[in-house]
Ligand binder design. Structure first.
Ligand SMILES: C[S@@+](CC[C@H](N)C(=O)[O-])C[C@H]1O[C@@H](n2cnc3c(N)ncnc32)[C@H](O)[C@@H]1O
Length: 311
């Protein structure tokens, strides 16, 4: 599918250019290339960038981005990979390391409009929910094979859903009649399990939870951050945009932990620094979208953008 037929408004464009990039930036690893909106912006604004490597799990996005970014073909490479494979992807490309890393997490707007992905409860589609079309482990498998305890845990851990146990019991009862295959079936189970007043929130929370479980999103985020900090050298920057509290928590905790010197109580002093801080926080508080951006692009409403620099 062509870029023009897919739509996504890149979030916090000025903030990416002004706070994440700096004049020394020589190469970028964009873990969530999407349709290439941020990539186009960065490549256009920073002609000094010699290599821009973008990964995406969604092959359709990758093809659209490759086509859109064709004017930069000397400097741009698109790779179908998980961003948690940053170390392997980085080895395969000529510059020693990315001096700037960008992760803009979650789904693109067109993912929600595409019912074949199964991300949205607003249209009926297969229970796929994987970013990658090649992935075998999809939401249908989880819903039809997990135990009540496993389903409850997914909805609690990744959706903070108060009715998780009740919904899990109804999922198991429904699949005993017939395996679940459609998002409309999951939607109906959720709607029957909660008070009408809570339906909208429960649908959002439960669909989010199963998407996160299907793609193991927090696991890959955490892995990508660990590997990124290993690759980064002094002055290199990483910026992560998250859209809900669970993923922001992973980023915040990693950033805070690495921005503090490690201390140990010893015989001679109560706390002795054993390792200096690894990073400094460029954003003490996360950057949010302005009111004008939220009005233009409602998806930016919940964004939290945190940036750190290796010391
Ligand atoms: C919010 S969109 C990125 C939009 C992009 N910054 C732009 O301006 O067009 C997120 C993209 O990341 C991809 N994605 C999500 N998790 C991923 C992962 N673990 N590894 C690689 N790509 C991932 C999704 O398929 C989606 O295309």
């Amino acid at each position: 599918m062509q870029h023009q037929t897919l739509k996504h408004d890149s979030v916090l464009q000025n903030e990416v250019l002004e706070s994440l990039l700096h004049s020394e930036a020589a190469s970028v690893f964009d873990g969530t290339l999407g349709l290439g909106g941020h990539a186009d912006l960065i490549l256009k604004s920073f002609p000094n960038i010699k290599l821009y490597v973008g990964t995406d799990l969604d092959g359709q996005h990758l093809n659209a981005a490759r086509e859109f970014l064709a004017p930069y073909k000397e400097r741009f490479v698109g790779v179908e990979a998980n961003f948690s494979e940053i170390d392997a992807v980085n080895k395969a490309h000529p510059l020693p390391r990315p001096t700037c890393i960008l992760l803009d997490l979650g789904v693109c707007s067109n993912h929600l409009d595409d019912e074949t992905k199964g991300f949205s409860h607003q249209a009926d589609g297969p229970l796929h929910m994987a970013f990658s079309t090649n992935q075998e482990h999809n939401c249908e498998k989880i819903l039809n094979e997990e135990s009540v305890g496993g389903l409850t845990k997914i909805m609690r851990d990744f959706g903070e859903e108060p009715s998780a146990h009740r919904i899990a019991l109804k999922i198991v009862a429904a699949r005993e009649e017939k395996p679940l295959t459609r998002t409309s079936e999951l939607k109906e189970i959720i709607e029957k399990s909660v008070h009408p007043r809570d339906r909208k929130k429960a649908l959002t929370r439960v669909f989010q939870a199963f998407r996160m479980a299907t793609n193991q999103e927090l696991h890959h985020l955490s892995l990508a951050l660990d590997k990124s900090f290993d690759l980064m050298e002094s002055g290199d920057r990483i910026g992560v945009m998250s859209y809900h509290s669970l993923e922001d928590r992973v980023v915040k905790q990693q950033f805070q932990h690495r921005s503090r010197p490690k201390t140990e109580a010893t015989k001679f002093s109560l706390h002795e620094t054993v390792e200096p801080a690894e990073i400094s926080l460029i954003t003490k508080k996360p950057i949010s979208a302005s009111q004008a951006e939220i009005e233009r692009n409602p998806r930016s409403r919940s964004v939290k953008f945190r940036i750190a620099e290796k010391i």
